[in-house]
Design a protein. Structure first.
Ligand code: FES
Length: 74
């Protein structure tokens, strides 16, 4: 079994925003779009620029707390 050991902070995308929160998810209202779009901010999504949930694995591996930006009409 291979264990990946990272230096503290290695691979972390979010270095300073809301670090006290387990996961940072932000919301943006954009009246001109239909429905909603969930945008990736961890850069690991297989459907980039859209979030596919890979931030969960990224956060677990790196200790990060990044989450998506959710853009919706209302
Ligand atoms: Fe990147 Fe969700 S997959 S924020």
């Amino acid at each position: 079994r291979v264990q990946i050991v990272r230096a503290e902070g290695e691979g972390v995308i979010n270095k300073s925003i809301k670090k006290e929160e387990a996961k940072v998810v932000d919301f943006l209202k954009a009246p001109e779009i239909d429905g909603k779009a969930v945008m990736c901010r961890c850069w690991k999504s297989g459907t980039f620029p859209y979030c596919d949930g890979k931030h969960v694995e990224h956060n677990k591996e790196t200790g990060d707390n990044v989450g998506p930006l959710i853009v919706s009409k209302e």
